[in-house]
Every structure is written in structure tokens, then in C-alpha cells.
Design a binder for this molecule. Structure first.
Ligand code: HEM
Length: 378
């Protein structure tokens, strides 16, 4: 069994760069550390600037909005992405000026959809197109999309103001909104409870080597310092799930509700022991428990960084705004397929919005957003 202390593996942004590292001093914000009260777009990675809101701040802010847009067919994607990047830099460098309020720990993360990132770039058939999965309520408006904008902050007003500001910048370029969803997470350090009452986000890559191996793409090339985001709005039949006995709920997840400890034994943050059995030969983590089904040993895939938010649009439309970051789309698709084949939690879950996006390196005034992929036409 692997024991880990969350406190030991959550290094708070040791050396974070600014989003404008080489701009003149008059406009240059000092080095920023996401989560310490300074808005951030870009943070120094091994070779360049990575976008914030992926693995930094290490503890996700308590509020978020995810918005997905389409570009008009005639729009030059390079130009729109560059303009969006400028708006993001203005927001995170001078939030007081851009928003009229203190930006706090605001982060903005932008992704480019499958139409903008062709299959050739990723080197995998289908590129960023997600296949069909079970229990999906597809609508033309909520499936796919050209641009992903994720805004996170501790203050929901800051989230709303920043999202409104970015929506205006995109509308000026002819982009149209597809769907948008606000989300929230309880405050806390480490995993926090979801709408089913279970601690969520326990099993995630956390250390720098894990994150570099599982989440970030390395260079050289257009993908360097990028990652792939999968965003899905997952409606949960919360009433139905909670109507089960407490023991049945825990069997559906594979962990205890009180503290998240694995049903195979151990403490709150321990990994599952998938081989542990009762004296009568039954798995302690049941065969259809969600955490067993999603475990990379079972899926044969890499690990994803799950950084989702709960959402609640009313008693019959609530659930998880799933946000997962990984360096290969297959990590998500292989996991989701395995959940589709049988999972005692997924019986209560329906996807109502979905998309995959490439999150390119962070932008600077000198390097427009997405320019490594889309070129620099402005
Ligand atoms: C409404 C939908 C979902 C809910 C409420 C949910 C909740 C949970 C909970 C409570 C855990 C156990 C604690 C933890 O390790 O975080 C967990 C684990 C996990 N979930 Fe989900 N989840 C959902 C959907 C998904 C989806 C769509 C995927 C990916 C396709 C996914 C991937 C994982 C993974 C990889 C783990 C860790 C498994 C391991 O122990 O290795 N989950 N989830």
C-alpha cells in the first residue's frame, strides 16, 4: 500500500514566472504565484511558459466558470486567439484596471478545439475529436467547440467579471458563445467533498515529476508546454444515488464517505489495494466500484489530473463540471470507455456538454496565444 501525505506533495508554486516576463517595467507585474493572491496566466515551465489553472495553484480556487465558443468560419483563428490572449494578459497583469476590482487569485486558461488543432499536429488519428460514449445527451450547442476559456478565482464576482470581459473581447472578434457553466468547490486543503458528499480528487498526479510525466507535453515543437483538457458537464442523479444505503454508496465509489479511505483499508489519502480480498475471496474494493474501474492499472492508460468543480443549476440539474488534464487524449478515452463498460457510479451520471481542447503554452506580448500552432497572423 502506498502512503502519501498530501502536505508533503503539494509544493506551492516554488518558482513561478510572470505572464509578461520581458515587458517594460512600467507594465510588468512582478513574479506571480497562483493561489497566493496574484492573478496569473503564465508560469515558468522547464522550457517556457505554461498556462496557470492546470496544476497551479496546487489547490484549485473555490469558484470557476468554463465557457466554450465557436469562431465564425471566415475568422482567422490566429488573429482571434491572439486578441483573446491580449485580453487575458490585460486581465491578469492589471486586473484592477481591466475589472475595476482586485483580481485576487484569478487564473485564466485557454484551450483550442479540434477544428483549430488538426489531427496531424497531435499525431493521433482523429486528433482531439472525442468518440461517442454511453449516457450522453448531445446537443449541437454543447458538443465540441473552437475555444475553451476557464476562469478560476476564490471570489465568484471576480470569476463573473473576468468571464464577461473575455466574452466581450471574443464577441468583438465575431466569436459566438456555445455554452457556459459556473462551478464551485468547498474551501480546503487537499481533496474536497463533491455533491454526493464524498471527498473527490484524492488520486491525482501531484509531484512535479508526476505532473511532467502525465500532464504536460514537452518540446521542442508546437505542443511544448501544452496539455490536453477534457471538459464535460456531468449531471448526476443525486437523489437516486443518495437513496442507496451508506454502505452501497461506498461500494459504488470504492472509498469511505467520511474520510475517503479506500475500502481495501488504510487511511484517507492511501491508494486502493485492488488485490485485497475478504477471507471468502471477494474484492474489498468491489469490481464495479468507480475508483477501481477508473484506476489506471485497470484502464491501461496514463493518469489524468482531475480538477473539476461541482455545479448546481437546480435540484434536477446538478453534478460535476469535470475538467481533466492529460498529455494524451487516450488517457481520458480509455478511462471513459472502461467506465461505460460498467461502473456503479456512472449509472447515475449523464453527460450534457463535452469537449476536448489543446491548451497551448502561455502567451506573452511577444508570443501571441496559440501562435506555435496557428502562426502569428494578426
Ligand atoms: C459525476 C461523475 C464523477 C464523480 C462524482 C466522480 C467521483 C470520484 C470519486 C469520489 C473518486 C474517488 C476519490 C478520488 O480518488 O478522487 C473518483 C476517482 C477517480 N475518478 Fe471519478 N468521478 C466522476 C467521473 C469521472 C470520470 C468521467 C472520469 C474519467 C473518465 C473519472 C476518473 C477518475 C479517476 C481516474 C479516479 C481515480 C481512480 C484511482 O484510484 O486510481 N471520474 N471519482
Amino acid at each position: 500500500m502506498v502512503r502519501r501525505s498530501l502536505l508533503a506533495v503539494l509544493p506551492m508554486a516554488a518558482a513561478l514566472g510572470a505572464c509578461r516576463p520581458d515587458a517594460p517595467a512600467a507594465t510588468l507585474p512582478g513574479p506571480r504565484a497562483a493561489g497566493n493572491g496574484s492573478p496569473v496566466h503564465g508560469e515558468a515551465g522547464p522550457g517556457g511558459l505554461r498556462q496557470a489553472g492546470v496544476d497551479r495553484p496546487a489547490q484549485p480556487q473555490t469558484h470557476a466558470v468554463v465557457s466554450v465558443y465557436d469562431l465564425p468560419p471566415q475568422a482567422g483563428p490566429a488573429r482571434v486567439a491572439a486578441r483573446l490572449g491580449e485580453a487575458v494578459l490585460a486581465l491578469t497583469a492589471k486586473p484592477g484596471m481591466a475589472l475595476g476590482v482586485d483580481g485576487g487569485d484569478l487564473t485564466v486558461t485557454v484551450g483550442l478545439g479540434p477544428r483549430l488543432v488538426g489531427p496531424a499536429v497531435l499525431g493521433v488519428p482523429g486528433g482531439l475529436e472525442l468518440p461517442a460514449f454511453a449516457r450522453e445527451e448531445r446537443t449541437a450547442r454543447t458538443w465540441g467547440g473552437d475555444l475553451l476559456v476557464q476562469v478560476c478565482a476564490s471570489d465568484p464576482a471576480v470569476v463573473g467579471l473576468a468571464d464577461t470581459r473575455l466574452a466581450r473581447a471574443l464577441a468583438a472578434e465575431g466569436a459566438s458563445g456555445r455554452w457556459s457553466q459556473t462551478g464551485f468547490r468547498p474551501p480546503g486543503n487537499g481533496p474536497v467533498r463533491n455533491l454526493l458528499g464524498f471527498p473527490d480528487g484524492i488520486e491525482n498526479p501531484r509531484t512535479r515529476p508526476e505532473l511532467d510525466r502525465e500532464v504536460w507535453l514537452d518540446g521542442p515543437g508546437p505542443l511544448a508546454d501544452g496539455t490536453i483538457a477534457v471538459v464535460r458537464r456531468l449531471r448526476i442523479d443525486v437523489t437516486g444515488f443518495l437513496a442507496q444505503s451508506a454502505a452501497r454508496q461506498e461500494e459504488a465509489i470504492g472509498r469511505r464517505k467520511a474520510d475517503g479511505a479506500p475500502l481495501s483499508g488504510g487511511e484517507a489519502l492511501d491508494r486502493l489495494d485492488l488485490s485485497a480480498k475478504t477471507p471468502r475471496g471477494r474484492y474489498l474494493v468491489p469490481a464495479m466500484a468507480h475508483a477501481r474501474r477508473a484506476n489506471p492499472n485497470a484502464t491501461g492508460s496514463g493518469r489524468m489530473l482531475r480538477r473539476g468543480y461541482s455545479y448546481r443549476n437546480g435540484p434536477t440539474d446538478q453534478g460535476l463540471l469535470f475538467v481533466g488534464f492529460q498529455r494524451r487524449l487516450r488517457t481520458f478515452t480509455a478511462t471513459q470507455r472502461r467506465l461505460d463498460d460498467g461502473d456503479d457510479l456512472m449509472r447515475f451520471v449523464t453527460a450534457t456538454a463535452s469537449g476536448a481542447f489543446f491548451v497551448p503554452a502561455a502567451c506573452t506580448p511577444e508570443r501571441p496565444l496559440g501562435s506555435s500552432l496557428l502562426g502569428e497572423r494578426r
